[in-house]
Design a protein around this ligand. Structure first.
Ligand SMILES: *[C@@H]1O[C@H](CO)[C@@H](O)[C@H](O)[C@H]1NC(C)=O
Length: 325
């Protein structure tokens, strides 16, 4: 992507005439006060480490323990991988800039960051849909579970989110690199956010905004509809179970997923549907922090603290490591 960008920029310089072409952007970040910068550095470093270690342990525990080689846990490992990718696309660059007291990001790095942040958030979103479908089959068609969730379908259901999200990120990237940035290069954000970049461009961004709207809406709507449909069936099925023990058991396997879904969509709804009208830019930033950083950090806790199998696998993993040391 970086090579492609620098190549296209050369092309633009040639017919750009006497327009100044921007080769880097300035990221204003979350704050410009030195004291707050220090606090932000420590806070984001901790969040980054917790997310990478937590999700890394989930992936390790699932891949080591053969009992967890079931669709539900393999999808969870995919989600953890997307979580690591989401936070890694933003935080390291931000920490480095704070440490080096610099605010700049090169054009190529900016586009690359935008690509990976879009790709990982869209993947997370689709994977939540996949996981809901898995729970739907497990609870509403328990007898046919193994015949429906064949290995081949599982791989397909796990691969589709990654393929679609890369396609979407690529579309946005190709549409963005046609644009010219001439007057200002200051982004009031802590990473190269697509919507913020579009506001800055001096070219016509109608197509970009249209695509952003249509794709954004469908990316949220389709998985959400699938999740809603699945949970309506799940709740119906659970209500039919007469024993309290059976009810508890059915809900315990989808409780974690439901918590993650509520956290993810609750944030989106809270931030974008009830924005504070006085500081729209702050709303954008807080929303981005919550969706791209806080949700990935919470997922490991939600899944391990409530789930006996995951707890067991993690304990086994840690015991094995300490005994081999
Ligand atoms: C993602 O899911 C697929 C299919 O279930 C599985 O084969 C693969 O190992 C998973 N990826 C990760 C990183 O766990």
């Amino acid at each position: 992507i970086k090579t492609l960008c620098s190549f296209l920029q050369i092309g633009r310089n040639m017919h750009g005439g006497n327009q100044t072409i921007i080769s880097e952007f300035i990221l204003l970040g979350l704050s410009n006060q030195a004291e707050q910068q220090k606090l932000i550095f420590v806070l984001f470093l901790c969040m980054y480490l917790v997310t990478v270690v937590g999700n890394g342990l989930i992936i390790l525990a699932i891949s080591v323990d053969v009992h967890l080689h079931t669709p539900m846990y393999l999808f969870l490992a995919n989600l953890s991988f997307a979580d690591i990718s989401s936070i890694s696309s933003l935080v390291p660059k931000m920490l480095m800039n704070i440490q080096m007291k610099s605010q700049s990001i090169s054009y190529g790095n900016c586009i690359t960051q935008m690509y990976f942040s879009i790709m990982s958030v869209v993947t997370e979103n689709f994977l939540l849909g996949t996981m809901a479908y898995d729970r739907f089959v497990a609870i509403c068609h328990p007898l046919n579970y193994t015949t429906i969730m064949r290995p081949r379908l599982c791989i397909l259901l796990a691969v589709i989110p990654w393929v679609l999200s890369n396609g979407i990120a690529l579309t946005h990237t190709l549409l963005l690199i046609r644009l010219l940035f001439c007057n200002t290069n200051t982004l009031p954000h802590f990473f190269c956010d697509l919507a913020t970049l579009l506001k800055l461009s001096c070219s016509d961004t109608t197509i970009n905004e249209l695509v952003l709207f249509v794709v954004g809406l469908s990316v949220i709507t389709f998985p959400f509809a699938l999740i809603l449909f699945s949970y309506v069936c799940i709740i119906k099925a659970v209500l039919k179970i007469s024993s309290a023990e059976g009810k508890r058991k059915a809900f315990s396997t989808c409780g974690s997923h439901l918590t993650v879904v509520l956290l993810f969509y609750g944030t989106i709804v809270g931030v974008y549907f009830f924005p504070s009208s006085t500081h729209p830019e702050d709303t954008d930033k807080i929303g981005a922090v919550l969706i791209t950083l806080v949700t990935p950090m919470m997922n490991p806790f939600i899944y391990t603290l409530r789930n006996k199998d995951m707890k067991g696998a993690l304990t086994k993993l840690i015991n094995r490591k300490s005994s081999s040391l």
